[in-house]
Design a protein around this ligand. Structure first.
Ligand code: AMP
Length: 251
């Protein structure tokens, strides 16, 4: 696996493989089975796969969340090598933001709902970094998880709105055996919180109103940001202590 740190270095590399299809999996690292499912799909569907690890600070509305975000880079590299990923794109902030975030992608409707309503500026940071990464890497296909359903939808619609060539592919949510959706933030859950976390998924599947699901979660110690039906899904975000969990199910 070749580790690439600069966009110009990637351009040189990509030229060597002209004619081969390229799949791309953008991540913020702390890789788990959810990430690996996207990576395996890309490996299967493309001649070459590039994974990026970049903790994109412009999408963090909460400084503490950014500071606490896990960064086990060495372990991540071992996992990627084991999967036989071809390229790891590992840029520094200045490589991605030479403009210091003067230029941004703004979406005016769907990004204001759900997670967007609770995390000001979050989707602006997400869409901006995804636009930059897709422009740098220029893949045929890019893989996104349905765990972040609102993000997947916004990214897909952004690529259509800007006539971008990359095909955006969604992948199903990978769960731990408890039902809890795999997430980099799960490792921040304390011993009291970890056994409660699977109730989020359980609650979403119940035949109860959104309001009753919210109460059910609050009775178990969650602080709920939202439980809402939208886009054929029931989606929720809720805090357990200092950890914010999100999940959704098809309805
Ligand atoms: P992140 O590193 O959290 O930015 O996630 C990188 C990609 O992995 C995003 O497209 C996520 O939606 C996806 N992802 C994260 N967790 C899961 C999961 N449990 N199942 C499927 N995809 C996931």
């Amino acid at each position: 696996m070749k580790i690439i740190k600069r966009p110009a270095q990637w351009d040189t590399e990509r030229k060597k493989f002209r004619g081969n299809s390229l799949g791309f999996v953008p991540t913020m690292g702390a890789l788990h089975e959810g990430h690996l499912s996207l990576i395996r799909r890309s490996l299967k569907e493309n001649d070459l796969t590039c994974v990026s690890i970049f903790v994109n600070r412009t999408q963090f509305n909460d400084k503490k969340d950014l500071i606490n975000y896990p960064r086990p880079l060495k372990k991540d590299i071992v996992k990627l090598r084991k999967e036989k990923v071809d390229f790891l794109f590992l840029p520094a902030f200045a490589e991605i933001y030479p403009d210091k975030y003067r230029f941004r992608i703004l979406e005016n409707r769907k990004s204001r709902l759900l997670c967007g309503a609770h995390r000001p500026g979050h989707f602006e940071g997400v869409l901006t970094v995804v636009m930059k990464l897709l422009n740098i890497i220029n893949p045929d296909r890019a893989y996104f998880g349905e765990k972040d359903f609102q993000q997947y939808m916004l990214v897909k619609e952004m690529t259509e709105a800007f006539f971008m060539k990359t095909k955006i592919i969604s992948c199903p949510i990978v769960r731990e055996t408890s039902g809890l959706a795999a997430s980099s933030r799960n490792r921040l859950l304390g011993p009291k919180e970890k056994p409660l976390a699977p109730f989020l998924y359980k609650a979403l599947k119940m035949r109860k109103s959104d309001e009753d699901v919210k109460k059910y979660l609050e009775n178990r110690g969650f602080k709920v940001d939202y439980v809402e039906r939208k886009w054929g899904r029931r989606l929720a975000a809720a805090w357990l202590g200092k950890v914010r969990l999100i999940d959704n199910v098809k309805i």
